[in-house]
Design a protein. Structure first.
Length: 264
């Protein structure tokens, strides 16, 4: 049975981004529907990561707006975006290498911690009360993510001692700990071997299916993109040259010339 795709949750409208005289993005528009996996593809330098950076508030576009869950924004900051329910992983890992897996994933709960744990500990040195109960609830949620990502055996291991593929899984777990409505994944399979890519593809599909999380994905592996995406948008030199289902994009002549290679 096919999954139920919802209404538009994220609408990118006429975004243009410049760095000095260099145009990174020019008049880009596309939307993302609730519960879909939406991929952004294109050659190196096409503007894919810049587009994600505009969505999650790292870059401020000079023109255009982003509509998220009915609210229109011309500019947002990263904390505001996270609080609204958009989480992001990065192509270059930014994990705390000396900290354990469980503590790295726990950092994703920071925005959800309501109690001032330090002040409550001063008032109640025996650790009884709301702060302790809240921390236990957060840790229980983190343990659920660890089980989901099948990394129980590494929960106390410093992240720096893990393989690259497992570190990528921890990075995904930290993003999931934020309970995002929309998950932005920047090349989650870069540098992975075939088995690791298959595992990550499965987890992305499971996140989308079991949690109902909407996924926006940048990925160079065209096999992965065509297998797991509901719709694909194609960028080239900061411009949109294709948008549609994997089948539609695969047969788009301009996309073939720019990215997929010419056909015989």
């Amino acid at each position: 049975m096919s999954k139920k795709i919802g209404d538009v949750i994220l609408d990118v409208q006429n975004i243009s981004l410049r760095f000095g005289g260099v145009k990174a993005l020019t008049d880009i528009s596309f939307n993302v529907r609730e519960r879909e996996i939406r991929s952004i593809i294109g050659p190196n330098g096409a503007g894919k990561s810049s587009m994600l950076n505009c969505i999650n508030g790292v870059y401020q576009p000079q023109e255009g707006s982003i509509v998220f869950r009915g609210q229109t924004f011309s500019q947002m900051n990263s904390r505001q975006v996270a609080e609204m329910g958009i989480a992001r992983t990065f192509q270059n890992l930014a994990l705390f290498k000396g900290m354990s897996v469980v503590d790295n994933i726990m950092t994703g709960r920071n925005l959800r911690i309501k109690s001032n744990l330090f002040m409550q500990a001063i008032r109640n040195p025996f650790g009884i009360g709301g702060a302790q109960r809240e921390e236990e609830q957060h840790r229980e949620f983190v343990e659920h993510i660890i089980d989901f990502l099948e990394i129980q055996a590494y929960r106390k291991t410093p992240v720096g001692q893990l393989s690259y593929g497992l570190q990528k899984r921890v990075d995904l777990g930290r993003a999931l700990a934020m309970e995002p409505k929309v998950l932005l994944l920047d090349e989650p399979m870069a540098g992975m071997n075939l088995e690791e890519k298959q595992d990550m593809s499965r987890f992305i599909l499971d996140v989308n299916d079991e949690f109902g999380t909407t996924v926006v994905l940048i990925e160079h592996d065209m096999g992965v993109v065509m297998d797991i995406s509901d719709r694909v948008v194609v960028l080239d030199y900061g411009r949109k040259i294709g948008d549609g289902t994997p089948e539609e994009v695969r047969s788009n002549d301009e996309v073939i010339r720019a990215y997929l290679g010419t056909t015989n």
